[in-house]
Ligand binder design. Structure first.
Ligand SMILES: NC(=O)c1ccc[n+]([C@@H]2O[C@H](COP(=O)([O-])OP(=O)(O)OC[C@H]3O[C@@H](n4cnc5c(N)ncnc54)[C@H](OP(=O)(O)O)[C@@H]3O)[C@@H](O)[C@H]2O)c1
Length: 329
């Protein structure tokens, strides 16, 4: 598979694999052996970049990824994240926590669960307004010095935070939502990433599944699927947003692709330092998604996609307000 470079030299496959949905956010966790087989299958197909976080589960996703990828140590890049508070009961407590002592404790625990000596890429999951970003970047710099971490990343950070963090410890990648139905960071954040030489890892590149065309107003989400609480996934929004699927399906057919492949190929074509991390729990869909790497869109095709897709007004906020306010800081 095509390789891409994040920041000053973290080489990864052009598409990574988002692992969250194996154990978190999208309903019941996947059966463990099936998840391990999928992760190993992804490596066999050329995926070398895997995305997890302490809070996915919490803990169980890192543990799963660690077991599955242990045979490929040194051949894969595993990214994880710290920064959400987790209570004594092992559940997310709704708070952010990027205090240095907490980061140290999380890193030690993540190293154990991931079964590695060094975390390849460590992101702050959300900017914590209670801890200056210089302190967070300094803590990660110390962890890099101690050999526990290789690269520093931020997630959903705003431009000032990115600049301040980067001045203390060079940032290798920013992970943020970016897709054909959420392009808010294009005009402020992307130019700063380009200027500073920071890679972009778009999360939810398939619009949490919507851009594949497999979700409509009649889709029933399982208990525990957080899309049920997202304004953009209300039945009315899903109904209204079928307009976007209609145009994507038409364009995809024109380019001999599926809507999912078109959504990913469009992202890959934006910049050579963009590495999307679509998630799927199904092998045929993984194959479909990886096929996007071979779709090279011409300038004219990209212009057509831009014109047609941006003419559609997408209904519904991507997050409920209390989660949206944790982003872009
Ligand atoms: N930094 C952050 O705050 C943050 C936030 C969200 C996500 N992430 C990361 O980004 C990764 C990807 O994001 P995401 O999982 O939210 O969204 P996504 O990749 O946009 O979409 C995943 C959804 O699409 C479905 N899907 C995938 N390929 C498909 C295909 N070819 N056809 C039909 N359906 C398909 C999956 O269902 P099936 O499993 O049934 O295929 C799943 O429900 C996550 O795994 C996580 O690692 C990070």
């Amino acid at each position: 598979m095509e390789q891409r470079k994040l920041g000053r030299g973290l080489e990864v496959s052009a598409l990574g694999l988002g692992c969250m949905g194996f154990s978190h956010a999208y309903g019941a966790p996947m059966e463990r052996n099936a998840a391990i087989a999928l992760l190993r299958g992804a490596f066999d197909k050329g995926v070398t970049f895997f995305d997890t976080a302490e809070v996915y589960g919490p803990f169980t996703n890192e543990d799963l990824v660690g077991e599955a990828l242990e045979p490929f140590k040194g051949e894969v890049v595993i990214a994880t994240k710290f920064g959400f508070g987790i209570g004594e009961d092992g559940k997310q407590n709704g708070r952010l926590d990027s205090r240095p002592e907490h980061i140290h404790a999380v890193v030690d625990a993540s190293l154990q669960r991931l079964r590695v000596e060094t975390i390849d890429l460590l992101y702050q999951h959300r900017v914590d307004p209670a801890v200056p970003i210089e302190e967070v970047a300094g803590t990660v710099r110390n962890l890099i010095g101690a050999g526990k971490v290789k690269h520093f990343g931020l997630s959903e950070a705003g431009v000032e935070t990115i600049r301040r963090a980067h001045a203390v410890q060079p940032v290798t990648a920013l992970q943020s939502e970016y897709s054909l139905w959420w392009r808010e960071r294009e005009h402020d954040v992307l130019p700063v990433l380009e200027e500073l030489g920071i890679g972009l890892v778009p999360y939810s590149p398939l619009g949490r599944g919507f851009l594949t065309g497999k979700i409509d107003a009649s889709t029933q989400f399982d208990a525990g699927d957080f899309r049920a609480n997202m304004p953009r996934f209300s039945p009315a929004a899903r109904e209204a947003n079928q307009k976007l699927i209609e145009v994507l399906t038409r364009l995809a057919a024109e380019f001999a692709a599926t809507p999912a492949q078109l959504a990913l190929a469009w992202l890959l074509a934006q910049k050579p330092w963009i590495v999307p991390i679509p998630g799927t729990t199904k092998m045929p869909r993984l194959d479909e998604n990886l096929g996007a790497v071979d779709i090279k869109l011409s300038v004219a095709q990209l212009r057509e996609i831009d014109e047609v897709a941006s003419a559609v007004v997408v209904e519904g906020a991507r997050y409920p307000a209390h989660l949206e306010q944790m982003t872009g800081r």
